[in-house]
Ligand binder design. Sequence first.
Ligand SMILES: [Zn+2]
Length: 349
Amino acid sequence: MADKNTKETMKLLVDLVSIPSPSGNTNEVISYVEKYLAELKVETKRNRKGGLIATIEGQDSSQHRMLTAHVDTLGAMVKEIKSNGRLKIDLIGGFKYNSIEGEYCQIETSSGKKITGTILMHQTSVHVYKDAGKAERNQENMEIRLDEKVHNAEDIRALGIEVGDFVSFDPRVEVTPSGFIKSRHLDDKASVAILLQLIKQIKNENIQLPYTTHFLISNNEEIGYGGNSNITPETVEYLAVDMGAIGDGQTTDEYTVSICVKDASGPYHYGLRKNLVRLAEENNIEYKLDIYPFYGSDASAAIRSGHDIVHGLIGPGIDSSHAFERTHESSIVNTAKLLFHYVQSNLVL
Ligand SMILES: [Zn+2]
């Protein structure tokens, strides 16, 4: 059975995935995190990009450590108001149209009004369209059917919908009795929930951290530049906590913590990786070393933007990423344990 920390993390995760937060429209979820941390009396500040930084003073304030996880998710934007009373969309983040076919969604107008709909192929009805199964799933063929009586573009505009309105996808979150959690957006809200629970544990148990530690809840990772700023000059180590990628040839699974050794950006810092492995072994944490072929993280974005830091990447294994995601609570437990020991460990340099 899951321990108290894991239960709280799972609950937090359900709350987080239920708040719409496509990259570019993350204010509501950041406010949720801000409130959570304020209740724990943790000092936070927002950066101009809209991310949130929480800082906990350590014994040594001359050298810092930074951890990050991102709250932004995949989503879409209204691209065109069509004359047939449907909406054409433009995708936010890297994913395929087939992974959102049939998905319930919500459009947020600029005045804050929420209107629901369903993402469908134009040629969905098999009683009408011969090529319903074969037609390409792409921007041209897919559209939003609004749950409103609309017949043309004027009807849609009368609802207040305009080009540029954000579209978020139904999270469809479910925790099963067997310990799985299914939802869109486990990437990377699973890691955000783990970090928030870790901060809570540090505060509640009065844990003295060896170094001043920053927790950056970034809000632009899916579009490439979430965590590449607000890194203090004292920061030595920068650890991104983000999903582990599962698939053919991958070692990552839904039960362990994945330690990334290399992704599309190149190898992560060798010394930090070895430290993470040592911490896992010393504390009986189940882990996998892995390479993610089509992947970049906030840590690699930070390196690319010119920061002289030691960078690493770990996270829970997420199946069917950027689509119908799932992980198991054991992956959450192993990731949380590794982070708990990591924040109390010595720096690599
Ligand atoms: Zn991610």
